[in-house]
Design a protein around this ligand. Structure first.
Ligand code: GCU
Length: 327
């Protein structure tokens, strides 16, 4: 009698647990996320924090495995993997999103933002949301937006004005807008993947490139292009995306946990960014970089025709007007 009671009690305790753990097992999902940034980059740190939060809050039911440093290729390749359902998540800059949703090209408009505050109001406000809502027909959804400071030129020789750029070969994230931008400065654009820029600079295939200070420092491009010219021509954000198919695999609880963790990663990344710029500048200087302050007006003047291009497309022109009105 006593043994029977013990058995019933044990079953009462263990059965629900077994049952629960079975349903947990049935919903277990591991998402693969690949990106091309170094593990010391603040976007990687924000993604790592998000992965931890997701795992903790879902009691291990949802996991994100991160493959950093271009292990699965650059954004072109990882977006393609996403579209073929061979990868779940990746990070892509607005320039890299341009071939899917033309409207992301507005971020390549030179000197569009007055300051960081203006940029953040656009990125995290209604304009940013309207842009990110447009990707689903391309097979993916944006879950987070990350600031990426300003992009400036860096080269093997000093540049003080667009005149010094004549005939130079400059690496860009190649899009119709970025290519035009380089051409307007009298240089020629070179469409080289991020991970191959160091060698291209070293071998003299290109004379320079353009990026924000953290990427200039973390890629060690500073070793082969000592002059960083602070012309700050564009502010191009990064995005975290998930394939529609991976999103559909998640249950509602998992979606909520991921959405919240992705939002928290945006806040964390912004918190880290400014400090990262200061540290990267100091490290680059230690590695021999010379930072050159320039008068931005000649750059603005040379790049004005890009605005005329945008004005030809009423949809893009309207976004630019909305951005100008968001101050
Ligand atoms: C920045 C940006 C990346 C981008 C890279 C590039 O580092 O954060 O998303 O891939 O520039 O120039 O390719």
């Amino acid at each position: 009698m006593k043994t029977k009671k013990i058995l019933i009690n044990t079953l009462c305790v263990t059965l629900p647990i077994l049952f629960a753990s079975h349903s947990v097992l049935a919903n277990k999902v591991t998402l693969k996320l690949a990106h091309n940034l170094d593990q010391s980059h603040v976007v990687h740190k924000a993604l790592a924090q998000m992965a931890k939060e997701v795992q903790d809050k879902s009691n291990g039911e949802l996991k994100i495995r991160i493959y950093p440093s271009g292990q699965m290729g650059g954004p072109r390749e990882t977006i393609e993997l996403i579209q073929n359902d061979a990868l779940d998540m990746t990070k892509a800059s607005a320039s890299e999103m341009e071939s899917f949703v033309k409207e992301f090209s507005v971020f390549s408009c030179p000197y569009l933002f007055d300051n960081d505050e203006h940029f953040k109001k656009v990125l995290f406000g209604p304009i940013g949301k309207t842009l990110t809502d447009k990707t689903e027909s391309s097979g993916f959804k944006v879950v987070a937006s990350y600031v990426a400071g300003t992009r400036s030129f860096y080269a093997k020789k000093p540049i003080h004005s667009p005149n010094d750029m004549k005939g130079m070969k400059i690496r860009v994230v190649s899009t119709p807008t970025t290519n035009k931008l380089i051409e307007l400065l009298g240089a020629s654009p070179a469409p080289i993947p991020f991970g191959e820029v160091y060698t291209a600079l070293q071998q003299g295939v290109i004379d320079g490139a353009e990026n924000n200070i953290p990427s200039y420092n973390q890629t060690r491009h500073v070793e082969v292009a000592k002059f960083y010219i602070e012309d700050q021509h564009t502010s191009v954000p990064d995005y975290l995306i998930i394939s529609n198919k991976a999103w559909e695999k998640l249950n509602e609880n998992q979606r909520n946990i991921l959405t919240q963790a992705a939002k928290n990663s945006e806040i964390y990344q912004q918190k880290l960014w400014d400090e990262e710029v200061t540290n990267s500048r100091a490290e680059a200087e230690k590695a021999g970089a010379t930072f050159i302050q320039v008068d931005k007006q000649p750059f603005r003047d040379a790049l004005k025709p890009l605005y005329e291009e945008f004005a030809k497309n009423p949809q893009l022109e309207s976004i630019i007007q909305q951005i100008n009105a968001t101050k």
